[in-house]
Design a protein around this ligand. Structure first.
Ligand code: PMP
Length: 305
């Protein structure tokens, strides 16, 4: 039996869960690193967050977009000068085996990570070994999606591509997201919208953003400092299939204030509508958001026709 995990990913009684760690499947409780590990000292680890959805009718777990996640992981590793780069097919097999060994019968969050494993002080990226771990845990809703979320633009800027590329899913970069999120939460909001150093809208702390006005849905370009979102890509395809117009373009903060609809999306967050930004109400959930969210929710469980 796999351990139980609270909705937001906090571990509770997960002693029995099986992890993949440094070449072996073993109890999660035994997947431990030395405090001198480079990734622990300097945040030099890459990771992915993948969901697998339980389809009760088929009695099957469906891992969503596993291959694109692993390809993005490989790209993040390339940016961090990791050598050798992870073998996407081998990792895919490890993940399928891990899901089998944990015998899950509910929705799951899977986190593969490649980390600089050498125990060494020294700020660098080269001449370091890397290792792999994968954990998989039962996982419910990350965001309460029912009534929409209250968002705030925050003072913390998204890291510029020349600082820490936001397109790389690197552990250390989540200090940037955490600084933004805590600003929003402490001020009584649900989520932060992060702006690029030039003030254009980048993304949220763990989600990409879409803004609709006058029948056109915009999402910021990578150059604004956004992750190349896998859900963002799926949602764009769904929206186009529904006959909606979607474009990648710059978004100013004031575009948020006069939007017809705003929604955010990510593997964990799925599609969540935004009900206000900096206390300016946004109609919620709007018709486009509702149609896209419904289609997405069916597709992830393989229940779309
Ligand atoms: N932006 C950030 C900063 C994220 O951490 C995530 C979650 N991986 C996303 C966007 C959404 O990406 P995806 O849809 O690929 O999960």
């Amino acid at each position: 039996m796999a351990g139980k995990v609270a909705a937001r990913g906090e571990l509770a009684g997960a002693e029995a869960a099986i992890a993949y760690f440094e070449g072996e499947f073993r109890p999660l409780a035994d997947a431990r690193v030395n405090v001198m590990t480079h990734a622990f000292l300097y945040g030099t680890a890459t990771f992915e967050g993948v969901r697998a959805y339980w389809n009760a009718e088929d009695r099957q777990l469906y891992a969503l977009k596993l291959r694109p996640h692993l390809e993005r992981l490989r790209a993040s590793c390339k940016i961090l000068l990791m050598n050798p780069l992870p073998d996407v097919e081998a990792l895919e097999k490890i993940i399928v085996e891990l899901l089998k060994r944990n015998n899950f019968k509910e929705d799951v969050y899977i986190r593969p990570s490649i980390y600089k494993s050498t125990a060494a002080i020294g700020v660098r990226l080269h001449n370091l070994q890397n290792e792999t771990y994968v954990v998989a845990l039962p996982f419910g809703d990350y965001i309460d999606t029912a009534s929409g979320i209250r968002c705030a633009t925050v003072s913390t800027r998204r890291t510029a591509d020349l600082a820490i590329p936001a397109r790389a899913k690197v552990v250390g970069n989540y200090v940037n997201s955490s600084l933004a999120k805590v600003e929003a939460l402490k001020a009584g909001y649900d989520e932060a919208i992060m702006l690029a150093p030039n003030g254009l809208v980048a993304e949220c702390t763990g989600e990409n953003i879409f803004v609709s006005r006058n029948g056109v849905i915009l999402t910021p370009p990578l150059s604004a400092g956004a992750l190349e979102g896998i859900t963002q890509n799926s949602v764009s395809t769904i929206a186009r299939d529904l006959g909606l117009t979607v474009r990648t373009d710059n978004i100013a903060r004031s575009d948020l204030y006069i939007a017809d609809e705003i929604f955010v999306c990510g593997t964990a967050a799925e599609v969540s509508s935004v009900n206000s930004v900096d206390d300016r109400a946004v109609p919620c959930p709007g018709p486009a958001t509702r149609a896209i969210a419904d289609t997405y929710a069916k597709a992830v469980r393989n229940q779309d026709s």
